[in-house]
Design a protein around this ligand. Structure first.
Ligand code: ASP
Ligand code: MG
Length: 414
């Protein structure tokens, strides 16, 4: 088989750990597999480099900043290749441009366009472990680019796709994807198998195990992703195409996102085009508007409430204030906001075929007197916005109420 292994910063955080990774790679190779390894920078290194750059220039979206931060991975590939050799194995390191991880030119968050996997195949043919730098690529003009924080996951899955690998193993400091944050809910369970779609929802809702783009790539190219711990041999979580049995699991995970803020704009004219006019300037400023609620009143006006990332709230309000007079022809102050909210979501592909998930969710929240401010749903997700002080309580209540502490087969009907 052909296996891609990706090791995160903690897994290569010290020389000891790098030697541990080297042993794992060689063990996999000795089992008869071809092994490509993608590594992150040693833990803390990317932050350190970013801070250095920030002392001179705040904006990280810059060619030179990518030149700086990409060096973390250059060090770890060199060290790992040395460590593999020291154990009697064969290894060759590759930087982004040496496997031609071609990206666009969006510095700090470039997207991969193509990969030339031939140098990796040549390494395999020579019996070597191919050790590839995560996070970095090269644009058409030859500039070094980086793929955004956590981007080594995406490198790993992209390399796996390019090599048509049998699996992409993502080694991290947790042993898999959990039904919820185990730091908040002690009896959270490791999920054995989860669909790409569910993982995308969980990742975008704040489960920080995988970079979202890596899951998108995995889904697009059908790469089975195995999230597991580099400190144990226990199987982790497989992220795979949806399987028939997954439908029986109505809710697979519960998450909370605390970095949201709620904005309300009152007394807008209730005419076609208002929502577009209100929200377009926010989109133009790259502010992502999430949960949206519109209320109608009898007097021909409407109120709109929506959430934005907490970090963008101030900017969003400024933009709205400068836009709204234009909407209705007067300058009355009708924009208000609330930073003390969070978004709690339940996710599961089984929702497509099971009614009653929303009812159950709302009943559970009501049983703890948690007031729901906003609701939004997709095919496989229901999210509610509630006061931030309820974040942990809501998570615990929903996790227990949907029986997520039990094995999927014992959770029973809704
Ligand atoms: N070293 C980069 C970061 O810290 C990429 C990665 O670790 O995936 O974001
Ligand atoms: Mg990571």
């Amino acid at each position: 088989m052909l296996i891609v292994q990706k090791y995160g910063g903690t897994s290569v955080g010290t020389i000891d750990r790098i030697q541990n990774v080297a042993r794992r790679c060689l063990e996999t190779q000795r089992q008869g597999h071809q092994v490509a390894v993608v590594v992150s920078a040693m833990s803390g290194e990317t932050n350190r480099l970013l801070k250095l750059a920030a002392q001179i220039q705040e904006d990280p979206n810059d060619r030179e900043v990518d030149v700086i931060v990409s060096t973390g991975e250059q060090v770890s590939v060199g060290l790992l290749a040395l460590a593999i050799r020291a154990l009697g194995g064969k290894a060759r390191s590759f930087l982004g441009h040496q496997v031609k991880i071609q990206t666009d030119s969006t510095f700090a968050r470039a997207r991969i366009r193509s990969i030339e996997a031939d140098p990796v195949r040549a390494a395999f043919a020579a019996g070597e472990v191919a050790v590839i730098a995560g996070f970095q690529g090269v644009d058409e003009a030859g500039n070094i680019t980086t793929l955004g924080r956590g981007g080594s996951d995406t490198t790993g899955v992209a390399i796996a796709a390019a090599l048509a690998a049998d699996a992409c193993e993502i080694y991290t400091d947790v042993d898999g994807v959990y039904t919820t944050d185990p730091n908040i809910v002690a009896d959270a369970r490791k999920i054995d198998r989860i669909s790409y779609e569910e993982m995308l929802e969980l990742a975008s809702l704040g489960a920080k195990v995988l970079q979202i783009r890596s899951v998108e790539l995995g889904m697009k190219y059908g790469v089975p992703i195995h999230v597991r711990s580099s400190f144990s041999d226990a199987p982790g979580t497989w992220v795979v195409p949806e399987e028939k049995e997954m439908e029986h699991v109505v809710v697979s995970g519960v998450t909370v996102a605390k970095d949201e803020a709620k904005i309300t704009v009152e007394d807008l004219p209730d005419i076609p085009g208002v929502a577009a006019k209100l929200l377009a300037p926010l989109a133009d400023a790259s502010i992502v508007v999430d949960v949206i609620l519109q209320n109608q009143s009898w007097d021909g006006t409407t109120d709109m409430t929506f959430t934005v990332p907490l970090a963008d709230r101030r900017r969003a309000v400024d933009i709205l204030r400068s836009t709204i007079p234009d909407l209705v022809g007067n300058e009355a102050e009708r924009v208000s906001w609330d930073d003390d909210v969070c978004k709690v979501s339940v996710v599961g592909v089984g929702m497509r075929s099971h009614a009653g998930v929303a009812k159950r969710m709302f009943t559970l929240l009501a049983s703890e007197s948690i007031n729901i401010q906003l609701i939004t749903t997709s095919e496989i997700k229901i999210s509610v916005v509630v006061a931030k002080k309820y974040a942990e309580l809501a998570l615990r209540t929903l996790h227990a109420g949907f029986g997520l502490h039990l094995p999927p087969t014992e959770r029973g009907a809704l």
